[in-house]
Design a protein around this ligand. Sequence first.
Ligand SMILES: O=c1ccn([C@@H]2O[C@@H]3COP(=O)(O)O[C@H]3[C@H]2O)c(=O)[nH]1
Ligand SMILES: [Zn+2]
Ligand SMILES: [Zn+2]
Length: 245
Amino acid sequence: MSLRLQMLGTGNSFAKNYFNNNALLQDEAFTLLIDCGITASLALHEMGKTFRDIDAVLITHIHADHVGGLEEFALFTQYNCETKRVLYLPETLAVPLWNQTLMGGLYQEGVVGSLEDIFEVRLLTPGVPVQVSPGIRVELIKTPHIPGKDSYSIVLNEDTFYSADMTFRPDLLLKLVQERGVRRIFHDCQLTGQGVVHTTLKELLSLPEEVRRMIKLMHYGDDKPDFEGKTGEMEFLQQQLTYEL
Ligand SMILES: O=c1ccn([C@@H]2O[C@@H]3COP(=O)(O)O[C@H]3[C@H]2O)c(=O)[nH]1
Ligand SMILES: [Zn+2]
Ligand SMILES: [Zn+2]
């Protein structure tokens, strides 16, 4: 079964030359959006798409470059689509996503009082795989990002790791490759500075060559052109390009 990945954007939260790091995953008849940042609708527009083309959205964590477009997504589907879209949500994010992010703009007395009034909410438990569509199976892994702010990376179809924003976890990456058979890694990559809330290029370059060859870099800054040819075996994911998985 063919599976295609198309990054709406590959930028970090302050990038101006790249859209937010959000992804489309498509099998024959299903389209999953992974994260929905501030620039999501504009990025989709550039791709000749709208939120109508999305069957489900999965949220990895609550930062504006990952959820800042959900209000527009919600209102668009509420008033332009016949069916509710599915919202795959890590169970610990359900309350904060509504109470701390979406309620302000979406609450409407007697009309919208919860996520369930807009989305078909399906809560995800880390470590419990869910078959989202015939060709897309997701399993969450809680990964470190910002203390006290849950963030979840994704194992896709047993062979692909899609990192959320996360700090360096070489032990996890090695375990995924050596014990779970992961063969492809899409990873958050901060090109300069210390890895306080992200994984740095320097840290990823410290991984064994076998693992580096599996990695494509994403969630990078506008300084990316300065690092072309300086990432070893790891390639930069290009936004809006379609990758056959
Ligand atoms: O303790 C903190 C919290 C946040 N930040 C910045 O805010 C950004 C939020 O989006 P992001 O997760 O893509 O990247 C984060 C960082 O750039 C930080 O540097 N240190
Ligand atoms: Zn981010
Ligand atoms: Zn983040």
